[in-house]
Design a protein around this ligand. Structure first.
Ligand code: 4AD
Ligand code: MG
Length: 484
């Protein structure tokens, strides 16, 4: 039988009940005959205090076991739940037995340990830097911060599935290996079983590299987005969403970019940009409310230790309407601000250029004072599949920007007119024949449709206040970083 989780004991505070506690020791305090051991199992923040009264137990085996306890030791403790005299906890365990399941030395110890390369446990009871914890990403879930992040992450994934399930969106598993470039940004990881060395020889001898010899008999990549495949199912079963890993080989070493991240992409048939924006806003509010309700202990911790005021901030966002602004008006606002203060931005805002993160920050924090949806971007800075506006200059795109972070969602109404789509692809030097299956959706029973992509880690960053995106995914992959 599985042991009772500590979170249930602390929440329900059952009295005079026999329990078996399983977990890892956080701290041990020796007070003459009394030894206090705090045990944590990661089911919640708090550990439970287990009190050993040596004068009552009078057991040499237990005393020896107690003397070997240190931070990180795994234990099983039997005892009775009693009201706790200590402040801050309702119950504690009056312990009657102690099994050490696995040691965890506090210092570099014996010769045998050295042979097995057992060093002192790196997570001693003190504050560790995020950089250090990233190096031991396999142990960092045992800290309060990463325990909280991992519980938040798992619950938010559930909230997302719940949101879509309750609204008739069907989960769609799109391929991880693809032959096409959805975003046309070219930042893709190639997938091949061919040896790059012999390939390089082939090329240097003037031959064209022969991909027909490769596993898939063509050039393939890790997907950057499941959108194009999602469109095929949305134009058949009306409403779908994907939730899977996506990969970008962008060389951007920033606190909001990963090479491997999880994306949520709803796609709806018979929908336009207005429907898309309404869905994005309702969805964000809904999952933020879920976090406020279901992860309140974690949010309290983030509020106290990571980002002051985050709970109030999330409450406001969940309660307010998002502002809307067109890209053209946004650039006008930025230019106006830059005109009044020359060194406001590093990059001067200009119609036709992509918004930089400093611009996004300014728009959310200074212009909108909260989340803002920017629409109708110039077609040159957006992907080929976005629906062209009547002005023939801008497309039906929308980005949701939030304070602290900038872009959290990117979406659009899709071009459903076959001729216009082919024209746009040709202008971008994409070969329509390579997207024949995608164009079929416009050849046969085309409908207006729209969708968006939410970066799951960006959402987690936003909700937790964690500054670096590498700290909201268990094993981050970024430029020069693929440990574990
Ligand atoms: O704006 P993006 O590139 O849009 C798409 O991929 C569309 N196909 C989505 C769609 O319409 N179905 O990416 C969507 C979101 C961004 O807003 C951002 O939150 C996140 O994905 N994102 C990243 N997150 C972490 N690391 C990266 N390198 C990211 N690139 C994008
Ligand atoms: Mg984008």
């Amino acid at each position: 039988m599985l042991p009772i989780l500590i979170k249930y004991i602390l929440a329900e505070k059952p009295q005079s009940q026999d329990v078996a506690i399983c977990g890892w020791v956080r701290t041990k305090r020796d007070m003459k005959n009394l030894v206090f051991v705090e045990v944590n199992d990661g089911s919640c923040f708090a550990g439970i205090q287990c009190t050993f009264d040596k004068s009552v137990l009078n057991d040499e085996k237990i005393e020896n076991a107690l003397s070997s306890l240190a931070t990180g030791v795994s234990v099983k403790i039997n005892g009775k739940l009693i009201p706790s005299p200590a402040s801050g906890q309702a119950v504690e365990v009056a312990a009657s037995s102690l099994d050490v399941l696995g040691e965890s030395p506090a210092e570099n110890v014996s010769a045998e340990s050295a042979e097995l390369d057992i060093q002192a446990y790196p997570l001693q009871k003190k504050r560790h830097s995020m950089e250090f914890l990233r190096e031991i990403a396999h142990l960092r879930p045992r800290t309060n911060t990463f325990g909280a992040v991992s519980r938040l992450r798992a619950r938010m994934a559930f909230a997302i599935h719940k949101y879509f399930y309750e609204r008739d969106f069907h989960l769609l598993h799109t391929p991880i290996i693809t032959a096409g470039d959805c975003e046309g940004a070219g930042a893709m990881f190639q997938v091949t079983t061919l040896d790059p060395v012999s390939g390089a020889k082939e090329i240097s001898s003037g031959k064209n590299f022969d991909y027909s010899r490769d596993f898939f008999a063509k050039k393939t990549y890790l997907t950057v987005s499941g959108q194009l495949e999602a469109e095929t199912y949305a134009t058949a079963i009306s409403r779908v969403y994907t939730f899977g890993p996506t990969f970008r080989a962008e060389n951007s070493n920033t606190v909001r970019h990963l090479a491997e991240f999880w994306m949520v992409e709803p796609e709806m048939a018979f929908a336009g940009l207005e429907d898309d924006m309404a869905l994005a806003e309702d969805f964000l509010r809904n999952v933020i409310n879920f976090a406020l309700d279901e992860c309140s202990d974690e949010l309290k911790f983030f509020d106290a230790h990571v980002e002051k005021g985050i709970i109030e901030n999330l409450r406001q966002v969940a309660g307010a309407k998002f502002s809307h602004i067109t890209y053209t008006d946004a650039v006008r606002e930025l230019e106006k601000a830059a005109g009044n203060k020359k060194d406001l931005f590093e990059f001067q805002p200009k119609w036709g250029s992509d918004l930089q993160s400093e611009h996004e920050k300014f728009l959310t924090e200074k212009v909108a004072g909260g989340p803002v949806i920017v629409t109708d971007y110039p077609k040159e800075i957006k992907a080929f599949y976005m629906k062209l506006n009547d002005d023939e200059k801008t497309v039906r795109a929308m980005d949701v920007l939030v304070p602290r972070l900038g872009e959290i969602i990117g979406g659009s109404q899709r071009e459903d007119d076959l001729k216009k789509l082919i024209k746009r692809m040709t202008a971008l030097e994409l070969k329509p024949e390579e997207y024949s299956w995608y164009l079929d959706l416009r050849r046969y029973g085309t409908v207006p449709h729209a969708g968006f992509g939410l970066g799951f880690e960006r959402l987690l960053q936003y909700v937790s206040g964690m500054a670096n995106i590498r700290d909201v995914i268990p094993f981050p992959r970024a430029v020069g970083q693929a440990e574990f």
